[in-house]
Design a protein around this ligand. Structure first.
Ligand SMILES: CC(C)(COP(=O)(O)OP(=O)(O)OC[C@H]1O[C@@H](n2cnc3c(N)ncnc32)[C@H](O)[C@@H]1OP(=O)(O)O)[C@@H](O)C(=O)NCCC(=O)NCCS
Length: 176
């Protein structure tokens, strides 16, 4: 049985399952090179049809247990997205991106912490993985604060940058 598509509320944020209505904000946010250069799988400039298709598949992914993606709202406006994807067996991969105007307030950490809890407790995953470009120390700080531990560096192709990057990998095991 699939998990109910319900929202998570934190002190300052509402994390709700994404919907097709989020495409416009996602396009606005990913039109900022400072955001999209850190997203290895994203196109730059963003491709409206690809983003539409991506959001259009989120409900199916959720119901199939393939990925859980949350739009993060600050005072009722979508400021970013946190997701768990690449779910295979008891493992999944944590990702997040926020508009630049929302950086520096601890929102990314607060939202990611809630989604990590959801993944371990509600979904029942036992291992989470994540990774960030070597020139993205803010993301590394978030992962370390969440309890992730470094798991080496690999070279991967970044679609947004059109070149290979060094990606720092991390893992978090459930305490249970
Ligand atoms: C990565 C991202 C989500 C961080 O957002 P944010 O709002 O700055 O995150 P938070 O405020 O929750 O936490 C950032 C932490 O990194 C620290 N930090 C910020 N810039 C840093 C830097 N250059 N070097 C080291 N630490 C840094 C902050 O001080 C904070 O740590 P603290 O809480 O101990 O003070 C945001 O920059 C973003 O969306 N970037 C584009 C997309 C992206 O990079 N996604 C992740 C892909 S791996």
């Amino acid at each position: 049985m699939s998990l109910a598509r319900t929202a998570i509320t934190t002190n300052r944020l509402v994390l709700r399952p994404t919907s097709g209505a989020d495409v416009g904000r996602a396009l606005e946010i990913q039109s900022d090179w400072e955001v999209t250069r850190m997203l290895r799988m994203a196109s730059f400039p963003p491709d409206r049809q690809a983003i539409c298709d991506w959001f259009g598949d989120h409900q199916r992914e959720w119901c199939a247990g393939e990925a859980y993606r949350f739009a993060v709202e600050v005072e009722g406006r979508m400021a970013g997205l946190v997701d768990i994807d690449e779910i295979a067996g008891s493992e999944g991969d944590l990702g997040y991106w926020f508009e630049k105007a929302a950086w520096g307030h601890g929102y990314a950490f607060e939202a990611a912490q809630a989604v990590v809890g959801f993944a371990l407790e509600n979904v029942g995953l036992s291992t989470l993985k994540s990774g960030h470009a070597a020139d993205n120390p803010a993301s590394g700080r978030i992962l370390t604060k969440l309890g992730f531990t470094p798991a080496g560096t690999i070279e991967l192709f970044s679609r947004s940058r059109g070149e290979n990057i060094q990606q720092c990998r991390y893992a978090l095991m459930s305490a249970r």
